[in-house]
Write a protein of this length. Structure first.
Length: 185
């Protein structure tokens, strides 16, 4: 799959999430800056993907119409997550989305989302996690869980140096076939 910047993305889940305030937003940069300040760390995307594997890419400052047009040119479909769409539980919308077998761009917005996002020019589907106001992040999480049928919870990224070993009472990380206990609760 190719990202919006044209770079081939291996190990991708085939999903791009965008904020809809005129341009694709880069909240990650600000989050990393605050995290590093609050925890006296120097975390970067490169460090995360080096340790945990997979790929991560983000673009910023792209007008949403350009991103949508580019996505369509690459034969992807666009799903708008909104409280006003077809309900994920009471309709067959998820099956219709899956039937395309194409990469999906998710548009996740808030109450100020442009009415244009509801149109066929922008969104192939308007999907509601529930027809009540809800968190955009929660909507994204529920959608991803439903579209992957829970299988994303067991995904292991290629080329990871670290893996988490599930545990009831401690944090355990596996590194290079060695088990290292990092923290006990």
């Amino acid at each position: 799959m190719r990202g919006l910047n044209g770079i081939e993305q291996k190990d991708s889940l085939g999903i791009v999430a965008v904020d809809v305030d005129e341009v694709i937003a880069n909240l990650l940069e600000e989050w990393l800056k605050r995290y590093n300040r609050d925890f006296s760390d120097n975390l970067t995307i490169e460090k995360i993907t080096k340790n945990w594997g997979g790929t991560f890419n983000f673009s910023m400052g792209i007008p949403f119409k350009n991103a949508v047009n580019e996505w369509r040119k690459n034969n992807g479909i666009i799903v708008h997550l909104t409280a006003y769409g077809e309900n994920i539980e009471t309709s067959d919308i998820l099956n219709r989305i899956k039937s395309h077998k194409k990469d999906i761009m998710l548009i996740v917005g808030s109450k100020k989302v442009h009415s244009e996002f509801y149109s066929e020019r922008i969104s192939d589907y308007n999907l509601a996690i529930g027809n009540q106001p809800h968190s955009e992040i929660a909507a994204l999480a529920v959608f991803l869980d439903r579209i992957y049928e829970g299988k994303e919870l067991n995904k292991t990224f290629q080329n990871s140096k670290l893996k988490i070993l599930p545990s009831k009472r401690r944090k355990t990380i596996i590194e290079s076939d060695q088990i290292q206990v990092v923290f006990y609760v």
